[in-house]
Design a protein around this ligand. Structure first.
Ligand code: S3P
Length: 172
């Protein structure tokens, strides 16, 4: 199987590192969130507010199943994909899974500087901000950990992170 799935919190670097890694491998790149938005015809923030998080999670699971059938692909998953055990099992079976373990402060800085954030990214709890990231990250950490084949510090520059993943893939 020639398939790498990047997992990690929002702002961990999946969508920035993914295309660079795909170029290095000569593979295609897919961003799961963008595909969900394209097929739903609305932003993730709209899916959350109009249809609810449960609907989004169902779309996410369906989309992941389809993406894990493609070959020679680097896949950026949504930060919450590891919440469902069915997704964790599929990811482990069907991809070399790399967790971009990026500290909360770096994720927060990146999320704030991304102009698409307000339009696309719903708050996941009432708190929002750095506190939300710190809390959800510590809840999700064991799930990222149990799903990953390889753990990479995602706070370095995207090219360095992509090279580190490439080395891990070659040594797998
Ligand atoms: C989510 C992360 C988002 C997106 C949705 C839910 C989460 O993806 O799937 O807003 O639960 O962490 P990114 O990690 O690509 O921002």
């Amino acid at each position: 199987m020639e398939r790498i799935a990047l997992i990690g919190y929002r702002g961990s670097g999946k969508s920035t590192v993914g295309p660079r890694l795909a170029v290095k491998l000569g593979w295609q790149f897919h961003d799961a969130d963008l595909l969900i938005e394209a097929s739903a015809g609305k932003s993730i923030a709209q899916i959350f507010s109009e249809d609810g998080e449960g609907t989004f999670r169902n779309l996410e699971e369906e989309n992941l199943g389809a993406l894990l059938k493609t070959e020679k692909v680097v896949l950026a998953t949504g930060g919450g994909v590891i919440l469902r055990d069915t997704n964790r099992v599929k990811l482990k079976q069907e991809a070399f899974v790399v967790w971009l373990d990026t500290d909360a402060a770096t994720c927060w800085t990146r999320i704030q500087s991304d102009s698409a954030t307000i339009a696309r990214r719903p708050n996941l709890t009432e708190t929002g901000g750095l506190m939300e990231i710190e809390r959800l990250m510590s809840e999700r950490r064991p799930l990222y950990e149990m799903t990953a084949c390889s753990v990479v510090d995602g706070s370095a520059s995207p090219d360095v992170v992509a090279d580190t993943i490439l080395q891990a893939w070659k040594k797998r």
